[in-house]
Write a protein that binds this ligand. Structure first.
Ligand code: MN
Length: 415
């Protein structure tokens, strides 16, 4: 129960208390949380002396979560606990009123300054589907896949917040007849992913043990890892994804903390063969997190094209973090580690159009009577995610991550 109204189906009850950055109409940005449909200005609460006294001056009066995330899990816990007291059943609405903002009156900003961006490939079903589509007749999983969480280093500078339009990328691709030329991608796709963001940095030369992951993982966001399949297919050998992935990656505006998600941790799938000792973990870090993807053509009704669950991921965050640092590489505050496309085994649970249309051979019907193999200009992709909400567990949600496709700029014949 809260002193502000929270609808039963809200993603943001007091059990959540996620963190983000918002701007008011005067352009001023500050760190905030959200309860129901009310945004709480944490910089204002801090100035009013209502937050834990050990917090550094100005830690919320800024345009990124990085300084706060670097303080580590004890600071996160202290602030969430205090906000729950201030806004809970025994809270004092008059004391906090000056810090409350209507959700419609603020604009969400990119919640943290993204350090390095890593994209994994941790869904067994996704990796298997992609192998079957791209290399039919061969073993779908690469030999390394069950030994280590496969990933690549992506482009941090093009991570954008939900609502940012996504321009169709130009690039080189092979056409129907087999000729290679340059132009707008004809196979623009989404990838449904969930990412974790790093709080405290690690030390160069020292690996992060799986048992220490909770000291470094601040929280999770929804990720749409936009992909140009035709550009990707032509460029990816021998060094891996490049321009087919680097043009945009969208994230949800509210970072849901590890603390808020812990009640929904479940055991991940059994790993066979057993993994190397540095990748082992006994903690149940799979997350029972429902996920959905809608496609809404401009001005038309949305169609839900995917429903799946994050709990099926083969590799979990502590394993990804342990692998990322086993060679001595560091993680820094604000680094974003995305899961890889989340796909289930059933046809309606595939986390990309590449899989849902089986490489573009099986078009998806939409509610407006059209079909899609890949995204068209004007299409908006909306991803939602939430834990709980039934059988007495509170709903802890992520809100959504959305982005609409705008046409590619012309790529003229002149250099
Ligand atoms: Mn991806």
């Amino acid at each position: 129960v809260s002193v502000v109204a929270v609808a039963a189906d809200s993603d943001f009850p007091l059990a959540n208390i996620p963190f983000g950055v918002v701007a008011t109409s005067d352009g001023r940005e500050r760190v905030a949380t959200i309860v129901g449909d009310v945004v709480v200005d944490l910089a204002a609460l801090h100035r009013a002396g209502l937050l834990p006294p050990a917090l550094p001056d100005g830690v919320f009066d800024t345009r990124a979560l990085n300084r706060f995330m670097a303080l580590g899990p004890s600071a996160t816990h202290a602030v969430r606990t205090r906000v729950a007291e201030l806004l809970g059943a025994d809270g004092d609405l008059d004391a906090v009123r000056a810090a409350l903002l209507e959700r419609e009156a603020v604009a969400p900003r990119l919640p943290f300054q993204v350090g390095d961006y890593v994209d994994f490939y941790s869904s067994l079903e996704h990796a298997t589907n992609m192998g079957r589509i791209l290399r039919p007749g061969t073993e779908p999983l690469p030999e390394n896949w069950r030994h280590l969480p496969v990933g690549y280093h992506g482009r941090a500078g093009t991570v954008v917040v939900s609502g940012t339009p996504v321009t169709r990328p130009n690039g080189q691709r092979r056409g129907e007849g087999g000729a290679v030329d340059a132009g707008p991608s004809r196979r623009l796709d989404f990838e449904l992913e969930v990412g974790f963001v790093i709080g405290p940095a690690s030390t160069r030369g020292r690996r992060v043990k799986t048992v220490d992951a909770a000291q470094h993982v601040f929280g999770f966001v929804l990720v749409n890892d936009w992909s140009a399949r035709d550009v990707q297919a032509f460029e990816y050998q021998p060094l891996g994804p490049f321009l087919g992935k680097s043009f945009a990656t969208s994230i949800s505006p509210w970072v849901v903390t590890l603390d808020a998600l812990r009640p929904y941790f479940v055991a991940p799938p059994v790993q066979e063969p057993p993994v190397e000792p540095y990748l082992r973990t006994d903690e149940p870090w799979a997350i029972d997190l429902e996920l959905e993807v809608d496609i809404a053509p401009r001005g038309k009704t949305a169609t839900t094209v995917t429903r799946t669950n994050f709990a099926s991921m083969y590799w979990t965050a502590p394993q990804q973090l342990a692998h990322l640092t086993v060679n001595g590489a560091t993680v820094r505050t604000g680094d974003l580690c995305a899961s890889g496309t989340v796909s289930g085994a059933a046809p309606g649970s595939r986390g990309s159009l590449m899989e849902a249309t089986w490489g573009g051979t099986d078009p998806l019907p939409l509610a407006d009577g059209t079909t899609r193999t890949f995204l068209e200009d004007g299409d908006e992709v909306v991803m939602r995610g939430w834990c709980g909400g039934g059988r007495g567990t509170p709903r802890v949600g992520f809100g959504d991550v959305r982005g609409a496709v705008v046409p590619a700029p012309p790529l003229t014949s002149a250099p």
